[in-house]
Ligand binder design. Structure first.
Ligand code: PAF
Length: 274
């Protein structure tokens, strides 16, 4: 695996490559990321990953400095997963001057995650557009665990006519249902035992809706009460339309139930498609 930190070296390394499939990450890789790398091989010839902890997408009270950096381990995992080129820039490589040109997604950036993390999706969209410009992939794989991120990046790619196909990767879960996440590492053993409740509540809502229950507000309220009654601090549990993450209109539409809740220090997110 070639590892490059500068934009020019990365461009040179990718110059004559056939069909590039790109998986952007912030490192601290787990089985969920590696599943995306494996999936990438089915979509092209050259799998490229990036590792960059993007300051622009962290709020002032978020964990940018504490975000786990495990570069040597990550490289080992990427090598095993058959990644051909890793782009791992420093901040000086990617943002040699203050990034003043920003991608400002439309209102969808202010819903759900956006309500609790103002500016987050502007930072994500900006860095991903920049990474796409550097790597110039034909395909990019993004995990469904960050459902709103996937949707915003898909919309950005379509509206800006970027020649990149966006593919969603399924969420990888521990046996007890907990979605794999870098933030799970912050859970104490007791919290780790409690953590699968988030996914259980989402599946409970999914099953109720499948069984014909349409009182979404009650279902959301019950899930929040159940979580908070077990020590969680829930930001939202929301039944939304898959198409645009707005509230269901009552028609026959594909839905997704999304949640974010804090258990001790870490804030966990998850979603289940219906
Ligand atoms: O999902 C992530 O890890 C990040 O938001 C991404 C897409 C790599 C942009 O920094």
């Amino acid at each position: 695996m070639q590892i490059h930190s500068s934009i020019s070296d990365t461009r040179a390394a990718l110059k004559n490559r056939q069909r590039i499939v790109f998986v952007p990450t912030m490192g601290n890789l787990h089985e969920g990321h590696i599943a995306l790398m494996r999936q990438a091989h089915a979509h092209g010839d050259t799998v490229v990953a990036s590792i960059f902890v993007n300051r622009l997408q962290f709020g002032p009270n978020e964990d940018f400095d504490k975000y786990p950096r495990t570069f040597a381990d990550d490289c080992e995992k990427l090598r095993e997963a058959g990644v051909a080129v890793l782009f791992a820039p420093t901040e000086a490589d990617l943002y040699p001057e203050p990034q003043q040109y920003l991608v400002d997604p439309p209102d969808i950036q202010n819903l759900l995650e956006g309500e609790f993390r103002p500016g987050h999706f502007r930072g994500v969209a900006t860095v991903v557009l920049k990474l796409f410009n550097i790597v110039q992939p034909q395909v990019a794989i993004l995990g469904k665990k960050d459902y709103q991120q996937l949707m915003i990046l898909r919309n950005m790619t379509r509206q800006l006519a970027l020649p990149v196909e966006i593919v969603g990767g399924e969420t990888v879960r521990a046996e007890d249902g907990l979605a794999l996440s870098s933030r799970n590492g912050y859970l104490t053993p007791d919290e780790r035992n409690e953590a699968p409740r988030l996914n259980r509540e989402l599946r409970r809502i999914r099953d109720a809706i499948r069984a014909g229950d349409r009182d979404y507000t009650r279902l959301e309220r019950e899930a929040i009460a159940e979580l908070d009654g077990h020590g969680w601090k829930t930001d939202y549990v929301a039944v939304r339309r898959q198409a645009d993450l707005l509230a269901p209109s009552g028609g026959d539409e594909a839905l997704v139930v999304l949640a974010a809740s804090r258990l001790g220090t870490p804030r966990l997110i998850d979603n289940v498609e219906i």
